[in-house]
Design a protein around this ligand. Sequence first.
Ligand code: APR
Length: 243
Amino acid sequence: MPAAALSHWRDFRNIVLFTGAGLSAESGVPTYRGAGGIWREYNYQDYACQRAFDRDPVQVLDFHELRRAKALNCAPHAGHAHIRAMQAGHPGVHVITQNIDGLLQRAGVAVAAELHGSLWRLRCPVHGMREDLAAGAFAHRRCPDCVPDRAPWLRPDITWFEDAVNEAVFEHAAMLVDDAELFVGIGTSGAVWPAAGFAERARRRGARMVEINPEDNEASALYGEHIRLPASKALPEAFPIGG
Ligand code: APR
């Protein structure tokens, strides 16, 4: 689809940008399933599920500390900046993301829903959420507010495989998707549910469906239009700001 076809994008009252790991790829953060993907190198059952955490919390925390350190060394790219500029000029641009790397937030984007949590938060089973932005803070942490000899390990506030999702976050995202007149899937394979269900939900509600992804994937059939370009190039072309 010629990206120019969306030059009137501001006419849509509510727009949902649904982002996946592909949006961060050009910043140097590895995706999950493509070439060089994280799940091609690591078995999630050893590093990214509660059973693995219960079995070997240090191995799981070290894995996530490695990902945090990598994400800290990556910078948001022109695509992230473009999303921020879209939001600055249009109150109805809502971002729901599957990404946990925080790059959207570092680019100044208002993120309405972090569907899979964040590498930048920890939580205690007793005390709940703790913000924790420093590097090196994940490793081998037990809750400092719990009784020392019984302090549980702090776990990353990430929705791992086999975890229940955060219902409140998903309900908020669903409300935005239900109002969307334009739904743009950016850099996602649509492989993981229930997040992947938002594209079908938007399509059923009659939203205009646009996919930004250099490759075809299992969710592509849900979209009526496809921009087969990397996000940093596709976003400024499809959603011009100036003029
Ligand atoms: N621009 C746009 N899309 C890109 C780019 C790019 N520069 N580079 C790669 N892609 C696309 C790939 O073609 C692929 O379809 O991004 C997609 C990334 O797919 P995944 O690696 O499966 O990532 P994602 O869809 O976000 O995974 C969903 O799976 O493991 C879980 O919780 C994790 O949130 C994640 C979820």
